[in-house]
Structure formats: structure tokens, C-alpha cells
Design a protein. Structure first.
Length: 277
């Protein structure tokens, strides 16, 4: 299912943009999963860059919800190619209307200074149960999606047992992927949108099943630091420094099982409940 949505069709059309077509997998409510759009944008941009250059950052905005029943068009503009870096602007459209806009930067693999924040000491994925709460059809689709997740502090699908502005979740892609480093970076972009919104909800005591809860990703940024296989366990550590005005700020760090800091993520989300509308 995941590889199917990342298998973009190049239309062959090109003026100042390269045009690709992609499809979606099912999601609760029929809205495209934001991480899917981000991963497809990264994949489309990678097809226009030399293979030696890998994505190191992406900054983008979610403009409108996407419809999983409709194809998505990805337009890639080659805005810069330098000696070490390349930049691409990507627009995702459905029926001619933009749903996501972003810029991705690529870099040759270069030596340089290196340090990182250490991975927190948490129980391993074998010591953390998979989520099993019955919260209806949404949970069924989530259990069937490409990502397997194990919450260190318990999930927040039906209730918030621990009200705090941070959490840690072990995540991995269920299927075995090829060894291609570019593929793993694209799939990591897919994973980066999973659970990143939750520290805002957890901090305020709202589970996903809150009646009339409205939540949407507003923007998304990811920085790739080091290579890691996304079909092996990764620790996604996220926190929400603040929420106000119907928006929540969330930041995250993704670590490999061995403790390498693989990526950093930032996202602001809309989060509204009947109490504040």
C-alpha cells in the first residue's frame, strides 16, 4: 500500500515544471494523510535531482484537505542547482486546486562537524504493548495502515491517561523496504506526520475521540540528519511548547534504535473543540 502511493507517474509534460501523478490509500473520513502528501512531494522532487544528492530539509504548508478518492498532481519547479545544494519547489493539486505547497533542499553527502542530543531512556518496543483500544472504524484503519506504533505512555485515542505536553512512540513501517537511502528518507517524511499533533491534545487532556474535535495540520518541516532504516524501530519523541488561539505548536526528534538522531520535525496544528468555538 505504501509503495503504491510513492510510485508516482511521470506524465512526460515539462515546461518550467516536472509533472507527476499520484494516488492515495484509504483514511478515516476520506481525507488524505498529510504525511502521504509530504512523502509524495519528496519523492517527486527526488526524481528531478542527481541520485547523489539526498533531501536534508523540507518546509511546507497544508492548504486544503485532500480527497483520497481523487488523483493528486505534483508540479516540481527546479529553482536552484548549486555545487553542493539543490532546491525544488513542489505544489500538490487536486482538480487544479493546490492542497500543499513546499520547498525541499538537497545536499551532497559531505563530511563536517557532528554532535546530537542524546536519545531519552525509555522502555524498548518489545516492552511496550501495541495499541488495542476499540475506538471504531478509525482505529481499524489505523491498525491497517503502513505504520506500526507502540506508545511508551499509552495512546490517546479514547482517553488521556497521562496529561502532559510530551510523549514518546516507537514507530516503524510494517513492510520490508529496499535498501535505497532516498526511499527511506521519503518514507521517513511519511512517518514524520504520524503522532506529531498529539502532544498538544495530550497536554490539554483531549483524546482523539473527543466529540466534535477538529484538528488539521497547518504546516510541516522536517530536517533529515542521518540515515536509518524506517522498516526498523525508531523512537519518535515529541513535545508541545505551547498552544493558544486554536493552534498548537509541536516539535519532534526521531532516533534510531541505536540512539542516532535521524531527523527533527516541527509542525503547527489547528486544534478546536466545542468549548472554544
Amino acid at each position: 500500500m505504501l509503495m503504491g502511493v510513492l510510485d508516482l507517474e511521470h506524465t512526460g509534460a515539462r515546461t518550467h515544471e516536472d509533472i507527476f501523478i499520484g494516488r492515495s490509500h484509504p483514511m478515516p473520513g476520506g481525507r488524505i494523510f498529510g504525511g502521504q502528501v509530504v512523502a509524495q512531494c519528496v519523492t517527486a522532487a527526488m526524481k528531478t535531482v542527481d541520485e547523489e544528492r539526498l533531501p536534508h530539509s523540507l518546509h511546507g504548508y497544508f492548504l486544503r484537505p485532500g480527497d483520497v478518492t481523487k488523483p493528486t498532481t505534483f508540479a516540481v519547479e527546479r529553482i536552484h542547482d548549486g555545487r553542493s545544494f539543490s532546491r525544488r519547489r513542489i505544489q500538490a493539486y487536486q482538480e487544479g486546486v493546490p492542497i500543499f505547497s513546499g520547498i525541499t533542499s538537497f545536499q551532497d553527502v559531505d563530511p563536517g562537524m557532528t554532535h546530537q542530543m542524546p536519545m531519552p531512556d525509555v522502555p524498548g518496543p518489545e516492552d511496550v504493548p501495541s495499541y488495542k483500544r476499540d475506538v471504531g472504524g478509525a482505529a481499524k484503519l489505523l491498525r491497517a495502515n503502513p505504520i506500526e506504533a507502540r506508545y511508551v505512555d499509552g495512546d490517546i485515542f479514547a482517553s488521556v491517561d497521562t496529561q502532559q505536553p510530551h510523549q514518546a512512540v516507537w514507530v516503524r513501517i510494517r513492510d520490508v523496504l529496499d535498501d535505497d537511502p532516498a526511499l527511506h528518507r521519503a518514507v521517513l517524511a511519511y512517518v514524520s506526520d504520524f503522532t506529531i499533533q498529539e502532544p498538544t491534545l495530550r497536554a490539554n487532556g483531549y483524546p482523539w475521540r473527543t466529540k466534535d474535535l477538529r484538528s488539521a495540520s497547518l504546516d510541516h518541516a522536517i530536517w533529515w540528519h542521518r540515515y536509518a532504516r524506517v522498516d526498523e524501530w525508531l523512537l519518535y519523541v515529541t513535545e508541545s511548547p505551547t498552544s493558544q488561539g486554536g493552534r498548537g505548536m509541536n516539535v519532534g526528534r526521531i532516533y534510531s534504535r541505536s540512539g542516532d538522531l535521524v531527523a527533527s520535525v516541527a509542525q503547527e496544528t489547528m486544534a478546536r473543540t466545542p468549548t472554544f468555538t
